[in-house]
Design a protein around this ligand. Structure first.
Ligand code: ZN
Length: 469
């Protein structure tokens, strides 16, 4: 009886219990979630040459997949995070952060092939749960601190793109991806190449400060280990005939001028300072804190689990700062005294209380700054109860650093983008690294962005990516 619900998957040859999610249901769910993704990340790349190029590469790969009962669709998401993922019904997403990291059409095809592998093997239908839907709909930060258990409010990490596959599913998607690459006439080794570059990039980013948080699934899945994935994808590729060398130039010309890092609408992290030119606001995190700019909030992480969250909120009732803090925000902490102050010339209010955050006893401090009559900027700070006085002072100073942008800042603070430079005889990794607008680990970043090993030298006549400002 049970077996009658199973069908042999043409991609994997495995029997699958597919009654869980019919292809019709997949298409329906995919379409619904695609709307949410579009709402969250915008549709900036729709109708662009880059989108058309992605479609061409994507359909070439998808054409070699066993599964043809879905309509494959490809999208570029406006986020600096390096990621790719698929939704049920044939929806495949790559971020502009991933596009900036790839170095050839074959590598891009490799990423798409992996995601198409998940679709073809129907991993999404197998894995799919209400949890995913719930996280898609959930606002990332709970507005109300309704109880002393503030872990909800600080429960960061619930993102849009965290579809969790099993280890076996990732391995299978890699294997199918290599197969589709080869069938489509791409270099079957390209997926291994990109995995290797991604691994280097992730390591670089985790050591660099203030350039984003690369650690999300799916393509970035850390299980199985990336080194294992590279080794396996390389071995898998050996089963297919070698093809012509990857053509870097065709791909690189497609991403010339592509945004790199945060865009202007997302606000920009420069060193330990956050700038949001569109909202005319900036603040500096304490030295040694790492700033990560998320779509809806900025997270500064300090020593000992110290967190400082910054976000904006609508103040529809046009309440003054103390009223906003006590009535609109701090609904469950009636007893906490509210202190009035001025931050960056704007009326503000703060309150402090103790709470449990992720199981730890923490000291919480909230600051609401009335930036305009109907816009509030907020800090939420969580630190250990026995945090040293110096750290407490640093955090206080950080909240008071909130201010409008100066005129020079308004003219000079702008997003980074990918530029292309041709190497001439005598050019070196060092001098090209020196042309990078991001000075932090510039030479290393140049090498990683261009898929170069530590020993690789520039080749005269070839085009390389640099980061421009
Ligand atoms: Zn995957």
């Amino acid at each position: 009886m049970l077996l009658s619900g199973c069908a042999v998957n043409p991609a994997t040859g495995n029997r699958q219990f597919t009654a869980l999610m019919s292809p019709g249901r997949e298409a329906e769910d995919g379409a619904k979630e695609n709307k949410e993704i579009a709402a969250a990340y915008g549709t900036k790349y729709e109708g662009t040459a880059l989108q058309a190029y992605l479609n061409t590469v994507g359909h070439r790969v998808a054409g070699s997949a066993e599964r043809q009962d879905v309509t494959y669709r490809f999208f570029v998401l406006d986020t600096p995070r390096v990621n790719a993922f698929a939704l049920p019904g044939g929806y495949v997403y790559v971020t502009r952060g991933l596009l900036a990291l790839a170095n050839s059409e074959d590598e891009l095809a490799g990423v798409l092939a992996h995601e198409i592998g998940h679709i073809a093997a129907r991993h999404l239908a197998e894995r799919y749960s209400q949890n995913v839907l719930a996280s898609l709909g959930a606002a990332a930060l709970a507005v109300s601190l309704g109880s002393t258990d503030a872990s909800q409010a600080f429960g960061i990490g619930a993102g849009l793109m965290e579809v969790q596959y099993s280890r076996d599913q990732e391995t299978e998607a890699d294997r199918l991806g290599v197969r589709y690459l080869a069938r489509a006439g791409y270099n079957p080794l390209a997926m291994a190449h990109f995995l290797r570059d991604m691994d280097r990039y992730e390591k670089l980013e985790s050591r660099a400060s203030g350039t984003g948080d690369p650690g999300l699934s799916d393509f970035f899945s850390t299980h199985p280990q990336t080194s294992d994935r590279v080794a396996r994808a390389t071995a898998e590729a050996a089963a297919y005939p070698a093809v012509k060398a990857e053509e870097a130039d065709i791909y690189l010309r497609q991403i010339d001028g592509l945004l790199y890092g945060d865009g202007i609408e997302q606000g920009l992290v420069r060193g330990n300072r956050f700038y949001h030119p569109a909202l005319d606001v900036t603040f500096a995190a304490p030295d040694g804190f790492t700033l990560v700019n998320n779509a809806d909030k900025v997270i500064a992480r300090g020593p000992d689990g110290t967190l400082m969250l910054f976000d904006g909120a609508a103040n529809n009732n046009r309440h003054d700062a103390p009223t906003y803090l006590s009535k609109d925000w701090l609904t469950g902490e009636a007893g906490a005294p509210v202190e009035q102050m001025t931050v960056g010339g704007h009326p503000a209010a703060s309150a402090a209380f103790d709470a449990r955050v992720n199981g730890h006893e923490m000291k919480i401090r909230l600051v609401a700054v009335q930036w305009t009559p109907d816009r509030i900027f907020r800090f939420q700070i969580a630190m250990k109860r026995d945090a040293p006085a110096a750290l407490v002072d640093d955090l206080k100073r950080a909240t008071f650093s909130l201010r409008n942008l100066t005129d020079p800042e308004k003219h000079t603070i702008r997003p980074y983008s990918i530029g292309l430079v041709k190497a001439g005889p005598g050019d070196t990794v060092e001098n090209f690294g020196g042309r990078m607008a991001i000075k932090d680990k510039a030479v290393e970043r140049f090498g990683v962005l261009n898929g170069m090993g530590d020993q690789d030298a520039l080749m005269s006549g070839r085009i390389y990516k640099v980061i421009e400002n």
